[in-house]
Design a protein around this ligand. Structure first.
Ligand code: KIV
Ligand code: NA
Length: 275
């Protein structure tokens, strides 16, 4: 099992880190079989698995349900789980209890929290309590409503500087890694050079220490909207619909099942049955 130390060493050696989201037993098994370094039980599951139009409706219970299945599918892989919408914004006590449930029930190796500001002190308290924390800056989908949609962040110099400052504050609070989403590649370069901890980019260019994509996006699994920054490495929906359609048609035409898909009895048993 890789550790936060392994990822620091990979950054130092300039060995890129691969991360992909996983939401259930098969997605975890397949990603582990592919040798992916880190699995993220992303709250993007609200959109690509549960069919909501944002990550806002996702609950702690949803994250636990999916996180447990991911751990069963990838027992040897470093797993990061998202703390969902508003689960780390009220009291410190509520935040700590939510984090405890997520860590103990899913067997994750780290939790991810979006944003800066008041979130920084939550990160510091969680790390103090022994919870490895991944930060998330740039486009933070849980606050898409406040940001005015799913848009590129940090495009002007002052906003870019704020991102660098926030990233440094997250590192200073003790985070072990940072996800940087949908920012100009020049900003990614600045942040990546400024930090000791690995920066994992998504829609953030090549200069990050690693890359993450959403499982369903990179495999083209499902008919959801896929952002511009995604490269599609497979088109599984196409194959799946073709297979399902063929099954449907063969059932209608009584071509499935054939004898090789059926069970049979010995002749004497059939005789005894029918007399
Ligand atoms: O939930 C998610 O999939 C994420 C990644 C996009 C980083 O947070
Ligand atoms: Na997320």
């Amino acid at each position: 099992m890789k550790t936060t130390h392994s990822f620091l060493a990979m950054k130092e050696k300039k060995e890129p880190i691969s991360m992909v989201t996983a939401y259930d037993f098969p997605s975890a098994q397949l990603s582990a079989a592919a040798g992916i370094d880190i699995l993220l039980v992303g709250d993007s599951l609200g959109m690509v698995v549960l069919g909501y139009d944002s990550t806002v409706p996702v609950t702690i219970e949803d994250m636990i349900h999916h996180g447990k299945a991911v751990r069963r599918g990838a027992p040897e892989t470093f797993i990061v789980t998202d703390m969902p919408y508003m689960s780390y914004h009220s009291s410190l006590e509520r935040t700590m209890e939510n984090a405890r449930h997520l860590m103990q029930q899913t067997g994750s190796n780290a939790l991810k929290l979006e944003g800066s500001g008041a979130v920084i002190e939550k990160i510091a308290a969680l790390v103090e309590a022994g919870v490895p924390i991944v930060g998330h800056l740039g486009l933070t989908p849980q606050s898409a409503g406040v940001l005015g949609g799913f848009k590129v962040q940090g495009r002007d110099a002052s906003k870019a500087q704020k991102l660098v400052d926030d990233a440094l504050a997250i590192e200073a609070a003790g985070a072990c890694m940072l996800v940087l989403e949908c920012v100009p590649h020049q900003v990614t370069k600045l942040v990546t050079e400024a930090l000791t901890i690995p920066v994992i980019g998504i829609g953030a260019g090549q200069e990050a220490d690693g890359q993450v994509l959403v499982y369903h996006d990179l495999l083209s699994y499902g008919f959801h909207h896929v952002p511009k920054f995604v490269k599609q490495y497979a088109t599984v929906s196409h194959d799946m619909v073709r297979g399902l359609k063929q099954f449907h048609e063969e059932v209608k035409a009584a071509h499935f099942p054939q004898s090789e898909h059926s069970f049979t009895m010995k002749d004497e048993e059939v005789e005894a049955l029918y007399g």
